[in-house]
Ligand binder design. Sequence first.
Ligand SMILES: [Zn+2]
Length: 429
Amino acid sequence: MNRTAWLPSVSAIVQGGVWQLWLPELGGSDWAVSRSFNFGHQVAEVFTRKGSLISGTGSVAAADAPLIGGDVSAIDAWWRGQDTTRAPRWDLYPFAGCAPGFGQLDISFVRLPSPGSEYLDENFRTVSLANSLLQAASNDTKTLVYYDGPVTTAEICGTSGAEPELGGAFGFTFVWLQACQSDLGNAGETARVAAHELLHDLGAEPLSGPPHACPPPSEGHPCESPLDILYPFLSAGATLATATLDVGRDDYYGHSGAWWDVQDSRWLERLPQFPLAVATEGKQGTVVDGTASVACTSACSVATDNGARVTLAAAPRRGASFVGWKGACTGRGPCSLTMDAPKSVTAVFGVAVFSFTVSVNGRGRVTGGGVSCPSRCSGTAAGGARTRLRATPAVGFRFAGWGGDCRGAGACTLSGDRAHRVTARFVRR
Ligand SMILES: [Zn+2]
């Protein structure tokens, strides 16, 4: 019994537009919070409420956040059950006071600037909402939006763009909570709608290629089986658990055709993930990766995709030097790893050494920095440390001044950030 129509995927939602106010209000889920160790693209969640619908500030949203977390957790488990090598790359962040796992979902609450009537029209709503949420949409993030405002078309459960590569303004997926008898938090119809729309957002299914494509107006869906999660109609009482990810694996996921395959999406983790442990010795520098996702000054650990190529570089502090790698890398060059197992690597930093040479003209002596120099000598000193040289004339001579990297006739202080060359000139009285 089909009762609910899915909207065929809507292509490009919005570009540019007027920024409007948005207010993240769930505990600590600040969009501006910096995140480390992201090897790829994440899916974040936004929960919107139209201002006049709720009385308190954020409290209703706070109550619903665990329901969203529950559904997302169910989608994740379902996905792993359908394909043991993949899972959606959810945006998790260890916010203080949040439970591990899906308690760490990055969920933001956004109070919209306009009344719900402004968002009634289905065709206008996605553009208008995307405009309101644009500021929160980073290009590395697709955004799953649960919208709890009034809708006019109760049979349309969700709407999504179809941009497999793009996040930001082109990566919005909408679930309309006031359509289709929402059962948020039950791993039921609403969870199934969210997974269906996320698949659209990841590029399912292409208009040409899939052998079981539905005829218009349901193009972009497979019509092979109502069990398929991407089937264009939802039966009453449907649950996520009874859905199949691409029945027969020949239309949009894990197929052998030449058209786009959602399984190849960068927004999916490659399982099993492996931990990469990074440490430093000497506390004189930072380990960074090519995309600056890792910036490790002491001890860090990050989960990496199976087969991920990670290149680490050691950046010594000013005045320090990089001595070399230990563990999964050796030598002093960039550390390139293929993550096919748990790996750990340590960057050893040391204090750099710089050299200096001193030339003496006339009769006298230069001392300091471990040298005592009657004519021409050289020494080394610790990097970053200042080295002070003194000139002492021989009997019958006087010190006439420095040359090279020092000037004047006072003390000569070498800055210690590079090699130095100085001369000291003594003349007869
Ligand atoms: Zn659909």
